[in-house]
Design a protein around this ligand. Structure first.
Ligand code: PLP
Length: 476
């Protein structure tokens, strides 16, 4: 495509994206297509002759849009907020337009240096001590894998340079709570710890890790000749945004020599508001921390922020130094390929740079505070409503509920079916989308507030929809 065509079609597509965002609330939040429906609209073979892109906007409208779940819809209450502020859409376009490769400082100095500076901005915004340095990863899953690999290498004096874990005398153990995100278990398996050496410690009534059980598990492993290696604390678990007792976990990590990794993938964004930082009291003791600006904060997917204390160790574990990548500046600059798993790196920092400049820290704080206030409003409604139960404290923006029709308290199977049908009925309406989960055996409905377009009236709307769906379910 030549620049003249790019300019012409590009204007059409920017208009199309702007129109899409303007009319997003007229679309059903959830896609209604059936499996295979989108693929059936595409030719099975690629065009042999060049087609050009003049028909692309109408094909996007006809083929792609029906298969999209609208995460930026004001009625989006499913999973977690995954806001893609339009400023970060422009940043992504610029990143692709530049075609920058940031694997080494020399391969695009701006990609490295803008990232260094915006990660410092983010560190300040979060109130993190200077001891932390940030680097961008694609996802929290990758960042947590890095953390577990670094923990493994610290505990074993860099076993990867010798016989690896296979040559270790005693097995290394990973600890997290039974509410930890699946990426923690996945990282433990991929980093070679093995499922037998992953302890998912039971949680308390508020779904936070129980310190007494963590300590008991540590003692049991040591007595059996195993070596505690790393503990992952969640600040904002996936199902309920439960807060693990970080200060207590940090104290145990210190006493037992564990690497402390904090997973604040979703909730970390709230820490840009100083009044919420009590939630991660003890964070200064962490070895590493991940939070996802690509969730609630508004930087379009993918952009995960990984903060580490010991950058030298990170680089020692992650660096490779083949001759074809060496440059004259090595030693004087950061080569970010050595700060994570992949060699090639997109210029993701532009998304954060654009977002923070466009919104300002105060604008971002205002939105987080609005969402937390909206969740508090919903919490009050649920607590006051007969036959509705709130199943978790909801310190942030996720409210976990279930409807318990009179007389059905003891019938778990009926409650499961009923609550699944309530959620399905709400979602079928097209104006709202909520998600379901099983929390310690109970079927719940999660209302995750925080799409940038969601105002209080939309939260009131989803609550009315839930009430109506529960009533319809009872009268079936
Ligand atoms: N950790 C927590 C607490 C999460 O809620 C999620 C995603 O929902 C993840 C990790 C995984 O994030 P990612 O998709 O960036 O790997």
């Amino acid at each position: 495509m030549d620049p003249a065509d790019f300019r012409r079609v590009g204007h059409i597509l920017v208009d199309w994206i702007a129109d899409y965002r303007e009319r997003i609330d007229s679309l059903p939040v959830q896609s209604r297509v059936q499996p295979g429906e989108i693929a059936a609209l595409l030719p099975p073979h690629p065009p042999v002759q060049a087609e050009g892109l003049d028909a692309i906007a109408s094909d996007l409208e006809r083929i792609v849009l029906p298969g999209i779940a609208h995460w930026n819809h004001p009625g989006w209450f499913a999973y977690f907020p995954s806001n893609t502020d339009l400023s970060s859409v422009l940043a992504d376009l610029v990143s692709s337009g530049l075609g920058a490769q940031g694997m080494s400082w020399q391969t695009s100095p701006a990609a490295t240096e803008v990232e260094e500076v915006v990660m410092e901005w983010l560190r300040h915004m979060l109130g993190l001590p200077e001891a932390f340095t940030g680097v961008i990863h694609d996802s929290a899953s990758t960042a947590t894998l890095c953390a577990l690999i670094c923990a493994r290498e610290r505990a074993t004096g860099l076993c990867q340079n010798h016989g690896g874990l296979q040559a270790e005398e005693s097995p290394l153990v990973v600890y997290a709570s039974d509410q930890a995100h699946s990426s923690v278990a996945k990282a433990a398996l991929l980093a070679g710890f093995g499922a037998d050496h992953l302890r998912l410690v039971e949680t308390d009534d508020e779904h936070a890790l129980r310190l007494d059980l963590l300590e008991a598990a540590l003692a049991e492993d040591i007595a059996a000749g195993r070596r505690p290696c790393v503990v992952v604390a969640a600040i904002g678990t996936t199902a309920t945004t439960a807060l693990d007792p970080l200060a207590g976990i940090a104290e145990l990590a210190d006493r037992y020599g564990l690497w402390l990794h904090v997973d604040a993938a979703m909730a970390g964004a709230a820490m840009i508001c100083p009044e919420h930082r009590w939630m991660w009291e003890g964070i200064e003791s962490a070895d590493s921390l991940v939070l996802n600006p690509h969730k609630w904060l508004g930087a379009g997917f993918d952009l995960s922020a990984y903060f580490v204390r010991d950058t030298e160790h990170l680089v020692r574990v992650m660096s490779t130094n083949p001759s074809y990548l060496r440059t004259a500046q090595d030693g004087a600059v950061r080569n970010l390929r050595d700060w994570g798993i992949p060699l090639g790196r997109r210029f993701r920092a532009l998304k954060l740079w654009f977002l923070i400049r466009e919104q300002g820290v105060e604008g971002l704080q205002r939105r987080i505070r609005r969402d937390i206030a909206n969740a508090a409003w919903l919490r009050g409604q649920v607590d006051a409503a007969p036959d509705w139960e709130r199943r978790a404290p909801a310190p942030l923006q996720t409210v976990c509920v279930r409807h318990v029709p009179p007389g059905s308290h003891d019938d778990e199977a009926a409650l499961t079916e009923h609550n699944l049908s309530v959620a399905a009925r709400v979602n079928a309406g097209g104006e709202h989308c909520v998600s379901s989960a099983v929390l310690k055996g109970s079927q719940i409905i999660r209302i995750s507030i925080g799409a940038a377009a969601t105002e209080q009236r939309h939260v009131k709307g989803v609550w009315q929809a839930l009430l109506a769906a529960a009533k319809a379910g009872r009268h079936r």
